[in-house]
Design a protein around this ligand. Structure first.
Ligand code: ITT
Length: 206
């Protein structure tokens, strides 16, 4: 069965495509949603990761015959009351770059000794406009006082992961996927699919 990844974020897509080899459940494979770059992106107006992930999955699944999934994810910083949260991609403004978003997080945390943060990833699965399931993955860490490393994307260079004593910007893609919010969510999704009789039925196979 092919699952189509509906994301416009190249960092997420890279992780999903590479992950597929790692998670490697029987006969499950991930491909980019064909033609996504020609579609207008859906509005992300939800107040939760779940709402946004479901809205994106439902929207994109209308343009495809197979199962489509969408990822809504972001960084929750304790001292910022959970911000940037669902606004992670647009924290410093509508078309903000990763560097601008990272700089704003550092600036807003300048006076804070509480550096606790978590990444959250919610993946929603849909088939031809019908909602199927969501899964959630999280990972706890700390916000550094300056970026470290150039791997990954988004807030990775600011996110220190204590068990590995390095930031997500300093670890490799496979190491990140083994512990990350996205890796956890995707593994849950694969488990759910492998346990779901409906998903095994041929009418769902894209
Ligand atoms: P799509 O909606 O098309 O998937 P997007 O980038 O707009 O792309 P989101 O609305 O879910 O996706 O925003 C997620 C933001 O959270 C992303 O742009 C990063 O800034 C941040 N983020 C999510 N996962 C991350 C990760 O693994 N590492 C670093 N930053 C991450």
């Amino acid at each position: 069965m092919t699952l189509y990844a509906s994301t416009s974020n190249p960092g997420k897509l890279r992780e999903f495509l590479r992950a597929c080899d790692q998670v490697a459940a029987a006969d499950l494979t991930i491909q980019p949603l064909p033609g996504l770059q020609d579609l207008a992106p859906p509005q992300e107006t939800g107040e939760t990761f779940e709402e946004n992930a479901v809205a994106k999955a439902l929207y994109y699944s209308k343009f495809c015959d197979g199962c489509v999934f969408a990822d809504d994810s972001g960084l929750e910083v304790s001292a910022l009351g959970g911000a940037p949260g669902v606004r992670s991609a647009r924290y410093a403004g509508e078309n903000a770059t990763d560097e601008e978003n990272n700089a704003l997080v550092l600036r807003n945390l300048e006076a804070s000794s509480d550096r606790r943060a978590r990444f959250v990833c919610v993946i929603a699965l849909a088939l031809r406009g019908r909602f199927l399931h969501t899964v959630r993955g999280t990972v706890e860490g700390e916000i550094l006082t300056a970026a470290r490393g150039a791997n990954g994307f988004g807030y990775d260079p600011l996110f220190f992961y204590p068990p590995l004593k390095r930031s997500f910007g300093q670890i490799g893609a496979d190491e990140k996927f083994a512990v990350s919010h996205r890796g956890r969510a995707l593994r849950s999704l694969f488990e759910w699919i492998s346990r779901s009789p409906d998903m095994q039925a041929s009418r769902f196979v894209g």
